[in-house]
Design a protein around this ligand. Sequence first.
Ligand code: ATP
Length: 250
Amino acid sequence: MEEKVVEIQGLMKSFGDLDVLKGVDLDLYKGENLVVLGKSGSGKSVLIKIMVGLLKQDEGSMKVLGQEVSTLGTKALNELRLKIGFSFQNSALYDSMTVRENMEFPLVRNVKNLTRGEITRKIEELLDSVGLPQSINQMPSELSGGQKKRIGVARTLILNPEIMLYDEPTAGLDPITCMDINNLIVQVREQYNTSSIVITHDLTCAKVTGDRQAVLLDGQFKAIGSFDDVFAHAKDGRVKSFYDYNFIDS
Ligand SMILES: Nc1ncnc2c1ncn2[C@@H]1O[C@H](COP(=O)(O)OP(=O)(O)OP(=O)(O)O)[C@@H](O)[C@H]1O
């Protein structure tokens, strides 16, 4: 049987009168790229925050790597978070640090007893994987938006996460750079054997990167499956309209 790295069952979360998650069920399998689609305000970030223990659900279960997140204490939660790589929408590089310093930062903070040589080798290997070995001494301000995203992904990978979370990875990029980032997401899974959740509004990104698509609508996943199953044969009008309103270059 396929191993589940995330298991979500009956998850509910409200803020006052606002019911955001109304019984969410979803599994992420080891080694898969799962795309989460949903319009703005549908609860995608709330779901991710519950996954990394920044918010607690009202009801239901969120198991990550076999552990019920809401029951974890600070130490166990910090250990779990180290296994989850979060690639932010704006790439979240420190502007005052070079690429090398940006990459070193999570390593020095979280991994003890690494020699200078080991740190440099690791940084060079990852910059190579994202196709930017020459950028090591550059400042973020000298990089394009797409290059910053690549460095952001490389920095996230430096702690060998088991799960990658990509938040709007192609937002604000031109179509060719979007394709580069989509291909990078596919490559990362193959090269590092990560399991990933890709949050996006971009259906081309969804199609290229996702093994499965999950559409969050009205507080629940209304459709989960392959791109064609979810969209080509969409029965729910709201899932279909999500497709119809997006440009797709297929
Ligand atoms: N801490 C909070 N307190 C109160 N309401 C919140 C809180 N966090 C989120 N919400 C509300 O929950 C709803 C879902 O928000 P969420 O950020 O998950 O949306 P999203 O799907 O990630 O949207 P986007 O695509 O725009 O990022 C929104 O109506 C938001 O205002």
